[in-house]
Structures are given as C-alpha cells and as structure tokens.
Design a protein around this ligand. Structure first.
Ligand code: CUA
Length: 456
C-alpha cells in the first residue's frame, strides 16, 4: 500500500516539477523554435509513458496486494499475443512520433540557406577568437600550422583571400538580427563546442576539420557563448559573448575591427622609443624594472610585452585599478595615461621585455610547503602558466618566474575578493577569479607561492 502511494506521489511530483521548474528553456532568440518543438514532443511522449507505466504499477501493487488469509489473485501469464502486439504497435508509434520530427529539423539544420552570411569561430584551450569575411565576402584559408603570436587565428599569410578578413581576438562578437548566418568552426587543439543556449543550436568543433551550423538570430540582446564539450581544466571558463543588434550597429562594430593584413603590418614595439617613456615608470618600478616593495610597485622585468601592454590598456580604460578596494591599482591607473596611445604602450612594453630578468625578485615571504604547492601548481596553474611557470601568449598567461611573491599574493587575494578580474571586459582576469579557488585557504596560497619561488 505504502509503495503504491509513493509511486503516485512520485508521478505527481515529477509532473508538477516539470511544469513549475525555473530550470527550463531560456527565452529563445533564434528561428530554431523547431528544435524546441522536437524536445517538447519528446517530453510529451516520454512523459505520458512515464505517467502511464508508474500509475499502472501503483494500481497493480494496490490491486494485487497480499491480504491476510487470502490467496493472491495475481497470476503468471508468460504468453499473451494480443497484449504483445498491442504494446509493440504502441511503442512503435511512440518512438516514431519522437524521432520523425527530428529528421525534418535535421534536414533544415544541415541545409544552410544561400543568402546566409558567414563568420568563423576558432576555439582553443580555453579561449575564443573570431573571423569575418572582408570585402571579398570570403574567408581566407587557415591552418593551425600558420599560428604564431601575431597570427593566433592561423590564417594562411599567402592566401590573398585572407588579407581582408576581419579578425577579432576578444571574446565578444556582434551579429545582425533577422539575418541567417553560417558559423564555421575550427579548433586549435582538442574537441570544443560552440553553443549559444538562446539560439538552441550547437555544434562540436573538431581539430583538423571545419564544422558548421546556421542560425537566424531573432531577438536583440547579449548572449553567452559556451563551450559544451569537456575540453580540459579550463573548460568552465571558456566563455564569450555575442551581441545581436540592428544591421547598422553591426556594420559599425565590424568597421572598427582590424583586417588580418592590418594586424600583420602593425609595427612591432620599438624598445628604444619605449625607453624614454619608461622614465615615468622608473620612479616607482625602478630603473631596471626590478620593483620596489616600499612603493608597492611590483617588479616588471621578466614580463612579456603583450601582457604589459594589455595591463596598461586595462588601467587606462578602467578595466583594472578602478575598484575602490584596489589601493595600489588606483595609484597606477592615472600613470597608465602617460602611455596613452597604442603605439606608446607597444613601445614601453617592448622596452620592459628587454629589461634584465636573470636575478629573481627578493623573497619577502616565508613558509609554505614546496611539495604541496607543487602539486597544486601542476594540477591547476600549469595549464596556462606552463610547468616552468613562464606562461605563454597562447594561453594569455604571464610569466611568474622570478616575480615578486608579495605582489602575487596580493593579486591572488584580489582575484579571490573580486577586486581584480571582475570587470566584464577583463577577458582573462575573470578566468583567474575562478582558478584561485584551486587554492582553498591561505596555507595553500603560501604553498603555491613557495613552489613558484623554486622555479628558476
Ligand atoms: Cu572548450 Cu570545453
């Protein structure tokens, strides 16, 4: 009896939950309402079967329960051709009802309309890059063999069709509303996946091939781009954003993005010119970029130019150093205006990269278990900062070797407390806000710092 009641409650609870749950589809923002329809059909078919089977079971348990002094009415009936035929037809109809609509939707899904415009999504551990065709309306050839620091998209430098391609190295893109678009997908390393939940469509990104899907965005707004294939440690921080806007707004945004040719002809930073600008930095950071603990100025020698350049830009744009609890960042922010132009930032960063970095920063902190710290480091930090701690442009992670321990400790604290990395334009800082939880307490932070001090 109790079991029959439990079964009925289970059915009631499940049905109620399905209709009242807050975890249902987000509001759709594309033309793929057909995909919702197929999912709903599946819910209805499987839901009805679930209800019917469980209620039948509850009824059977109740109807044929054991009664004192009475022989059970239940009988064993191994063969019943009529019942079996009925169940077979019923199941066939149910399964066909679930699968047939999906076949029609799949046919739409793989047949891209001719008028669809294109863009490319390029995935790597754990970042996104994007590319739009230039004036020729065509994307140039690309291959991971062409990837360099200056050409992270791997665009073939010898393909004329690729020169006018518009490249985006930030995890934010735009799309025009009500226009079909074909998303071409490549992966640099492992299996990734391109998903915008509100678009309903998704597709895997496979190293060595170009996969695709298409969608017509139908609602203006900003939506998150997610990777939905487990692609390693940083899978959960591999995110980007797509803004669906009016055509003219899209065109304006696209106009502001550089072409591939422009990124390739950009002058490299001029360290000599940068030396003069560095004079302003030297007052706090020291003439050799060795840092000054008394001024709360961290060491700069040993940092890669692309990292310094980005941080200077962040300070200037209020992405870094604007938080009211970031005492030293607030001092740095106005200083970043001294190198306010792209060129000045490039130059001073190039100069900083040339500063001698053989001598590590003085150790100001004690304690920490090197062995334990090494384990935490290798299992987490190394994924981006590399086993040797020297970081890489490919993962946008700066060098840690020989840098100030007090400064690293402070930044870890800032990441943990949302003082750094919370700004939504801090593309890689926010990844750190998630990764700091690899160090669960102050002791583990000390352990990791102790280990980093041994990396020389
Ligand atoms: Cu890329 Cu998960």
């Amino acid at each position: 009896m109790a079991i029959a009641v439990i079964l009925v409650l289970l059915v009631l609870g499940s049905v109620l939950f399905h209709f009242t749950t807050p975890w249902y589809f987000t509001e759709i923002a594309s033309h793929w309402s057909n995909i919702d329809m197929t999912i709903n059909i599946t819910f209805w078919v499987t839901g009805l079967v679930f209800v019917a089977v469980n209620l039948f079971m509850a009824w059977s348990v109740y109807r044929y329960r054991q009664k004192k002094g009475k022989k059970s009415e239940a009988t064993y009936e191994p063969e019943n051709a009529r019942l079996e035929l009925g169940l077979t037809i019923f199941t066939t109809v149910g399964v066909a009802a679930m699968l047939t609509p999906g076949l029609f939707v799949w046919a739409q899904f793989v047949n891209v309309p001719d008028e669809a415009h294109e863009f490319e999504a390029f995935a790597s551990q754990w970042q996104w890059a994007f590319r739009y065709p230039g004036e020729d309306g065509e994307l140039g050839a690309a291959d991971i063999r062409h990837i360099t620091e200056e050409n992270p998209w791997g665009i073939d430098p010898d393909d004329p069709a690729g020169q006018d391609d518009i490249v985006v190295k930030t995890p934010v893109i735009y799309l025009p509303i009500d226009e079909p678009v074909k998303v071409l997908m490549r992966s640099r390393d492992v299996l990734h996946n391109f998903t915008v939940p509100q678009f309903r469509a998704k597709m895997d990104m496979i190293p060595g091939m170009v996969s695709y899907m298409w969608v017509t965005p139908t609602r203006e707004g900003e939506f998150e781009i997610l990777c939905e294939q487990y692609c390693g440690l940083g899978h959960h921080i591999m995110r980007a954003r797509v803004n669906v806007v009016e055509r003219h707004e899209f065109d304006e945004w696209l106009d502001e993005q550089p072409t591939f040719a422009e990124t390739q002809s950009r002058p490299r930073g001029d360290a000599e010119a940068g030396q003069q600008q560095y004079a302003a930095c030297a007052a706090c950071h020291g003439p050799e970029g060795q840092g000054n603990r008394d001024m709360n100025a961290p060491r700069l020698a040993g940092l890669q130019s692309w990292y310094v350049e980005r941080q200077l830009r962040y300070y200037q744009q209020g992405i870094r150093g604007a938080h009211e609890d970031d005492e030293f960042g607030q001092i740095m922010a106005p200083m970043a205006n001294v190198v306010g132009t792209d060129e000045a930032r490039r130059n001073v960063s190039a100069y900083i990269e040339t500063l001698p970095s053989d001598e590590p920063a003085p150790v100001t902190m004690e304690g920490g278990n090197i062995e334990r710290g090494g384990r935490i480091y290798r299992a987490n930090c190394a994924a981006c900062h590399a086993n040797d701690g020297r970081g890489s442009w490919a993962t946008d992670a700066p060098n840690l070797v020989g840098m100030d321990d007090w400064y690293m400790a402070l930044q870890l604290e800032h990441y943990r407390n949302g003082i750094r990395g919370e700004h939504r334009d801090d593309d890689y800082g926010y990844q750190m806000t998630s990764m700091v939880y690899a160090m669960r307490n102050e002791q583990q932070v000390q352990d990791v710092l102790a280990y980093i001090r041994t990396l020389q």
